[in-house]
Design a protein around this ligand. Structure first.
Ligand code: GTP
Ligand code: MG
Length: 203
């Protein structure tokens, strides 16, 4: 079998959005509820099989805390792919993601493949159901005594702050891949890394 093609990939995004959790899910198929913040950066590898090639992703999982920002160029320099992560329950984390995209567009490889990823999808209840419809359904189910405002809330009492359509529109405008994920359930995680791999120019 041919030697796998090595791909340098970097994860960027605000602290606690779930970068390390996404990598842990992808590489080990595990999740930790109280994962400690990354110090500096972590390095992991994982192979991805495409139709006609085997890739070895060399993943730099950077630290999102502001005090580590100045280290980031070491990790995105020469990277062929970047996954920029935000937390769909924290609007400010999308602003931070946009700032990372801008920095990558200015400083990274011109042909870098960038994916924008909205993580923590599991915290948002009733995906695909209009809050009003969910409220009506719950109201009916409970014999009319449910309180509407509790229905659209997530299991941990957190609600979506970034609509997928808003983030997708931004991603399309900037030429980025866009996916929503949950490192906790695994939803969208393999797809994220596979979609990025498919978009690489391997010539
Ligand atoms: P830094 O290393 O500081 O940049 O943070 P990070 O982006 O690597 O975040 P990390 O993966 O450490 O996750 C932060 C917290 O969010 C941890 O307590 C995780 O368990 C939790 N978390 C991460 N992903 C998810 C997810 O998809 N769903 C839920 N519910 N929690 C998540
Ligand atoms: Mg981390």
């Amino acid at each position: 079998p041919a030697k796998p093609i090595q791909i340098k990939m970097v994860l960027l995004g605000e602290s606690a959005v779930g970068k390390s959790s996404l990598v842990l899910r992808f590489v080990n198929d595990e999740f930790q509820d109280n994962k400690e913040p990354t110090i500096g950066a972590a390095f992991l590898t994982q192979k991805v099989r495409l139709d006609d090639a085997m890739l070895k992703l060399e993943i730099w999982d950077t630290a999102g805390q502001e005090r580590f920002h100045s280290l980031a160029p070491m990790y995105y320099r020469n990277a062929q792919a970047a996954v920029v992560v935000y937390d769909i329950t924290r609007a400010s984390s999308l602003d931070k993601a946009k700032a990372w995209v801008k920095e990558l567009q200015r400083q990274a490889n011109t042909n870098i493949v960038i994916a924008l990823v909205g993580n923590k999808l599991d915290l948002v209840a009733e995906e695909g159901v209009e809050p009003a419809a969910a409220a009506a359904a719950a109201d009916e189910a409970s014999g009319g005594e449910a309180e509407a405002e509790t229905v659209a809330e997530a299991p941990e009492g957190r609600a979506r702050q970034v609509q997928a359509e808003v983030a997708r529109a931004y991603a399309e405008e900037q030429g980025l891949l866009f996916l929503e994920t949950s490192a906790k359930t695994g939803q969208g995680v393999v797809e994220t890394f596979t979609e990025v791999a498919k978009k690489l120019d391997l010539a």
